[in-house]
Structures are given as structure tokens and as C-alpha cells.
Design a protein around this ligand. Structure first.
Ligand SMILES: [Zn+2]
Length: 118
């Protein structure tokens, strides 16, 4: 399993928590199953008062970061617009806008850090 405290994934997790407070859980594949019974790389779960992002623990670092951002974009979108009936299934325009915004934001931050450390 990849480390979630160090490296770029560690950065991504700390950065995600600045966007919104989410609980992050790395789970085995059999525990990440969506509404239609498919196994997937990540899943957003709504609890009372907080949201939980589940990420498959066997992913490589790049995929884990992509999955984190994908689910975080759902969480931000849902916080803004509320839960639609089929929200799990929806990769709506508003989700896409959040996803692209945070994706760019994160990689720009990483780029700045790399420049700074040279
Ligand atoms: Zn999705």
C-alpha cells in the first residue's frame, strides 16, 4: 500500500482537507461498492453531519490522487447544490467544473512547491 502521509498523495490529502472537512478512508476493493453493485476506485458516502471519501487502497499514487479529486469534486458539488436523486451517477456540468478547478489548483500548488525547492 502507498503511504498517505508522505509524497504527493500526502500533499493531496492535506490540501483536500483545506477545501472541506471530509473523512478519508482507504478500503479494500470488496468494501467499495456503488449503488449498482459495481466495484470502483472510490466512493463518496454521506453520513449525518459529514461526508466520507472511500478510496481503494491498492491504487498507485497517481490514481489515488485522481480518485480523491474526483470524489472531492462530488462532495463540493453536493455541498453547493444538495443531493440530487441520482447524484452518485451524475457527472454533471457543475461536478465537471469543480473537478477541473480543484485539479488545476492542486497541480499548480505542487508545481509552485517544486519550483520553490529547487
Ligand atoms: Zn463520480
Amino acid at each position: 500500500m502507498i503511504s498517505c502521509r508522505t509524497g504527493v498523495l500526502g500533499e493531496a490529502i492535506r490540501w483536500a482537507r483545506r477545501y472541506m472537512p471530509v473523512k478519508l478512508v482507504f478500503r479494500a476493493k470488496s468494501r467499495i461498492i456503488d449503488n449498482e453493485g459495481d466495484e470502483c476506485n472510490g466512493l463518496l458516502v454521506q453520513h449525518k453531519g459529514y461526508m466520507e471519501i472511500n478510496i481503494l487502497k491498492d491504487l498507485d499514487e497517481g490514481k489515488a490522487i485522481d480518485t480523491l479529486m474526483h470524489e472531492l469534486a462530488h462532495a463540493i458539488d453536493i455541498r453547493r447544490r444538495g443531493w440530487g436523486k441520482d447524484h452518485y451517477k451524475q457527472h454533471s456540468d457543475s461536478w465537471g467544473q469543480e473537478y477541473s478547478r480543484i485539479y488545476r489548483d492542486f497541480w499548480e500548488m505542487i508545481g509552485q512547491k517544486k519550483k520553490g525547492s529547487k
